[in-house]
Design a binder for this molecule. Structure first.
Ligand code: XMP
Length: 522
C-alpha cells in the first residue's frame, strides 16, 4: 500500500486562483495524494513527478493578456488525463486552436448549467454528473467562444455559453465553473469522478497508509541520531510528537515551555497525554517568570510577539543543548504553511501576518529539519492524530497562536491579567462544549481589556475590568465571519464569568468580521 500512496500522484498547476488549495483538498478527500506547483513548473520536474492526472487551476488573468500564464505543451504530451478549471479550460481551448473572449454578460456567482445534447462523448464523466442540470459557481469574465476542433461541448450555461467541453480523442476536459467550491452542487463528486473514475486512482491515501509510510521514512532519514521537538500544546506539534515517537521511541525528546501565557490546565494536559499516557520523553520547562519579566512594560503587539518569540528560542536552545547527540529538529509544519511560504513563487494568495514564531532556529542550532506533516492538510493531521491515539479534545482543539495569551491581553501583559483571562476563557470554552457549539466554531476565545468600568453587584458598586468574547466561523482563517451565538448562551456565559471570576464585571461579544478586523485582537 505504501508504494501506491506515492505512485498515484496528482499534479495541480496553480495559475493564481484563490481556490487552488481547495482543489487539492478535494483530491485528497477522494483518497489520492496531490501537490500544488506553480504553472511555470519545469518540464523535467513535471516528467519526474509522473502524475496520474493533472488539474489546471483557475486564475484571474485573461489568456490573451501580455505575460499571462501559459500552458506548457509537456502537460498534454504526457497522455494522462487533464482537467482544466475556468482559466485552465481557457488555456486548453486556446492551445488547441479554440477561442476565448471576454463576455458581454459576465457570469459571476451562482449559475445553472445543463448538458449539451447531440454531441458524441469521449467519456461519461461529465455528462453522468450533470444529470439534467446542476447549480454551479462561476467566477470569470472570459468564456470559450469557439471550442477547438476535435472537442465537443458537454454543458452550457443559462446564458447559452460553453460551461464544459471535452476532447473526443483524449481524456482532456474543461469546465468553466468551479467544482471545488461548496457553492457548486455536488462539486466534490465531480472531482472524485475525475480522480477515481477517469484516472483510475485507487483512493488509498488514508491515515493508516500515511502513518506506515512516514514511520519508515523517518527511520530511514534519522538513523540512530537524536531528535528534539518543541511542543506548543497545539494539534500540529502534538501529532508530530506522536508520530515521531512511534518511529523513534527513546531517540525523541520533546521540550514543552510553559511561558505563563497558556490556557488553563494546558501544561498539565500536554504532560498527561504525551508523557504519562503515551510514554513520550517530555522536558517541561517552567519559564513563566522569565517570560513575564521580559514582557514588563512592553505594550506594542508586534514587539510583544518578538519578545515572546526570542525568549522561546533562548529557552528552547538552552534545553536542546543538554540533550546528547541531537542532530534533528522536528517541527509541525503542515501543507498550508508550505504553500503560504512559497506564496510568491506559486502565485497563491499569502496571509496578511506572517506567523513564523521560531524562524531561524534550525540554522542557529545547526540542526537538520524533520517535518513529517509537510504534506498534510489540517483535517488530515487531525485524522492521523486520532489514529495515533491522541484524545479527541486535543485533536479538535481550536488553534492557539504561538504568542498565546500575550496577544489576548491588550497592552502590557501582567500575571494577574493572565490568571483572570485563563479563568474567563475556561468558562467560555466549557459552555461552548456543553451546548454543542464548540465544534461548529473555528476559533473561540476570551480577550482581556485593561480598562475598568462601573457596575453594581448586590448592594455595592464595582469598578472592574472587561472581558470580550470572540468566536468566528472560517475555513481558511484568512477571512472569517463572527459566529451567531445564541442569546441565551451568551447570557449564561456572561453570568458565569461575572459571578465566578473576581476582577471582571463586564462581558462583551465581538461582532467584527475579518476583514476589516483580524481574528486576534492584537
Ligand atoms: P489573525 O489575527 O491574523 O489570525 O486574523 C489568523 C489566525 O492566525 C493565528 N495567529 C497566530 N498564530 N502566531 C501564530 O502562531 C502569531 O503571532 C499569530 N497571530 C495570529 C490566529 O490565532 C488565527 O488562528
Amino acid at each position: 500500500m505504501t508504494a501506491i500512496i506515492h505512485s498515484e500522484k496528482f499534479l495541480i498547476l496553480d495559475y493564481g486562483s484563490q481556490y487552488t488549495q481547495i482543489i487539492a483538498r478535494r483530491v485528497r478527500e477522494s483518497g489520492s495524494y496531490c501537490e500544488i506547483h506553480p504553472w511555470s513548473m519545469e518540464d523535467a520536474a513535471i516528467r519526474a513527478f509522473a502524475p496520474m492526472g493533472i488539474i489546471l487551476s483557475g486564475g484571474h488573468r485573461s489568456v490573451y493578456d501580455a505575460g499571462a500564464p501559459d500552458l506548457n505543451p509537456v502537460i498534454l504530451s504526457l497522455g494522462v488525463p487533464v482537467l482544466g478549471i475556468c482559466y485552465g479550460m481557457h488555456l486548453l481551448a486556446r492551445s488547441n486552436g479554440g477561442q476565448v473572449q471576454p463576455s458581454s454578460k459576465r457570469e459571476y456567482g451562482g449559475s445553472a448549467v445543463r448538458p449539451a445534447v447531440g454531441d458524441a462523448r469521449f467519456s461519461a464523466f461529465l455528462t453522468d454528473w450533470l444529470a439534467s442540470g446542476r447549480q454551479v459557481w462561476m467566477s470569470h469574465g472570459d468564456h470559450v467562444s469557439a471550442i477547438p476542433e476535435g472537442f465537443a461541448v458537454s454543458a452550457v450555461s443559462e446564458g447559452g455559453l460553453v460551461a464544459a467541453m471535452e476532447s473526443l480523442s483524449r481524456p482532456v476536459f474543461g469546465v468553466q465553473f468551479h467544482p471545488e467550491v461548496d457553492h457548486t452542487e455536488r462539486g466534490a463528486e465531480l472531482v472524485d469522478r475525475f480522480v477515481r473514475g477517469v484516472c483510475g486512482a485507487s483512493g488509498l491515501w488514508t491515515s493508516t497508509g500515511f502513518i506506515d509510510y512516514e514511520i519508515a521514512a523517518i527511520r530511514a532519514k534519522v538513523g540512530n541520531d537524536h531528535v528534539v521537538l518543541g511542543l506548543s500544546g497545539g494539534v500540529d506539534s502534538a501529532v508530530t510528537a506522536a508520530l515521531a515517537h512511534r518511529a523513534l521511541g527513546e531517540q525523541l525528546t520533546c521540550v514543552f515551555v510553559d511561558n505563563g501565557l497558556l490556557r488553563l490546565h494546558e501544561g498539565d494536559q500536554v504532560m498527561a497525554t504525551l508523557a504519562r499516557h503515551m510514554g513520550v520523553k517530555v522536558i517541561a520547562v517552567q519559564a513563566q517568570e522569565r517570560f513575564l519579566g521580559r514582557l514588563a512594560g512592553v505594550t506594542d503587539p508586534e514587539q510583544k510577539r518578538r519578545v515572546i518569540g526570542h525568549m522561546f528560542i533562548e529557552v528552547f536552545e538552552e534545553e536542546a543543548k543538554r540533550i546528547p547527540g541531537v542532530r534533528w529538529l522536528a517541527q509541525g509544519t503542515i501543507y498550508p504553511d508550505v504553500i503560504e511560504s512559497a506564496g510568491g513563487k506559486t502565485g497563491v494568495a499569502t496571509n496578511i501576518k506572517s506567523h513564523h514564531n521560531v524562524g531561524g532556529l534550525p540554522e542557529r542550532m545547526g540542526l537538520k529539519l524533520l517535518e513529517p506533516l509537510r504534506e498534510l492538510f489540517k483535517d488530515e493531521v487531525r485524522r492521523v492524530g486520532l489514529e495515533l491515539g491522541l484524545p479527541r479534545e486535543m485533536v479538535f482543539r481550536h488553534p492557539f497562536p504561538g504568542p498565546g495569551l500575550g496577544v489576548r491581553i491588550l497592552g502590557e501583559v501582567k500575571k494577574e491579567f493572565a490568571d483572570v483571562l485563563r479563568q474567563a476563557d475556561h468558562i467560555y470554552i466549557e459552555e461552548l462544549h456543553q451546548s454543542g457549539h464548540y465544534d461548529k466554531i473555528a476559533q473561540a476565545f476570551a480577550v482581556f481589556l485593561p480598562v475598568k468600568s462601573v457596575g453594581v453587584m448586590g448592594d455595592g458598586r464595582t469598578y472592574e475590568y472587561v472581558v470580550a468574547l470572540r468566536a468566528v466561523a472560517t475555513r481558511d482563517y484568512m477571512t472569517a465571519d463572527w459566529y451567531p451565538m445564541p442569546f441565551d448562551l451568551l447570557k449564561k456565559i456572561s453570568n458565569r464569568i461575572i459571578n465566578e471570576v473576581a476582577g471582571i464585571n463586564r462581558v462583551t461579544y465581538d461582532i467584527t468580521s475579518k476583514p476589516p478586523g483580524t481574528i486576534e485582537w492584537e
